[in-house]
Design a protein around this ligand. Structure first.
Ligand SMILES: [Zn+2]
Length: 267
């Protein structure tokens, strides 16, 4: 038997995803403050009285203890304490879905390269605000999270001026502008008509003045989170636009599967 100390780590972590393995165990993907993304094996966590059981629910923030053996890709979850369960009090379908969708994006994008701390801070702020949000605000909070994530990764959409000619969007005669993931933001009507690069087929969505009016509030997170629910049309437009933007700029991104749960729901 070895008397060498086992390499170990600890820290606050968000459970991003959990899937069963073996007869009673669970593997979790967690985002740990200051460490980054880890895959942890929680042995026996599906057993009724396992102390690990409360720690492996997606969305929960917990103080975690785990192995940190550089020779292993999958570490062991050894114990911990739940600090926040965002679905503990009157969870709604919207709250669950927009929580899981944000966790899915973080998990599938796997941003490294020094973004771990910023990502944890953003995730923490989002989960805290979502866990006590009034019904109706969830979509606006989720889009604000997506914009803040894009900003963190250095690809925040440019919404103030035309990315091609620099014209202020307010100068457009009818107030309409276009969002182009390829151009990194707005392309004004004049530039779209002139067929500039980033216009044409790459332009994914027409922004109405009502859509543009929602931008300052959506883009203020994580300093200030949206307080107003989005109108139905604007919510639909921002949902599509941000999805296209993430698809273009984030390798590994795909539309979160949990969003499908909202399809067909009255809004
Ligand atoms: Zn222009």
């Amino acid at each position: 038997m070895s008397l060498l100390p086992r390499p170990s780590g600890s820290g606050r972590g968000f459970v991003l995803r959990a899937w069963p393995t073996g007869e009673t165990s669970v593997v979790v993907a967690v985002l740990v403050d200051g460490v980054g993304l880890l895959r942890l094996l929680a042995k026996g966590a599906r057993e009724q009285h396992s102390q690990l059981r409360p720690l492996v629910q997606p969305g929960r923030l917990a103080d975690l203890e785990f192995s940190l053996d550089p020779a292993r890709e999958l570490q062991y979850l050894r114990g911990g304490t739940v600090l926040l369960d965002p679905l503990a009090v009157s969870p709604t379908l919207e709250r669950s879905v927009y929580l899981l969708a944000a966790l899915e994006i973080i998990d599938c994008c796997r941003p490294g390269h020094g973004h771990e701390t910023g990502l944890f801070t953003l995730c923490e702020a989002y989960v805290e605000v979502l866990s006590c949000a009034d019904p109706g605000r969830e979509a606006a909070l989720y889009y604000a999270f997506e914009i803040a994530l894009l900003e963190l990764l250095g690809v925040r959409p440019e919404l103030e001026i035309c990315t091609h000619c620099g014209a202020r969007r307010a100068q457009a005669a009818d107030g309409v502008a276009w969002l182009s993931p390829a151009a990194g933001g707005l392309v004004c009507g004049g530039c779209v008509d002139a067929g500039v690069e980033g216009g044409g087929a790459a332009v994914t969505r027409r922004l109405t003045p009502a859509d543009l009016a929602a931008w300052p509030e959506l883009a203020a997170a994580p300093r200030i989170w949206p307080v107003q629910p989005l109108a139905r049309e604007a919510a639909r437009n921002w949902g599509v636009m941000l999805h296209r933007f993430l698809e273009y700029h984030l390798p590994g991104y795909r539309l979160p599967a949990s969003l499908a749960l909202l399809r067909g729901q009255p809004r």
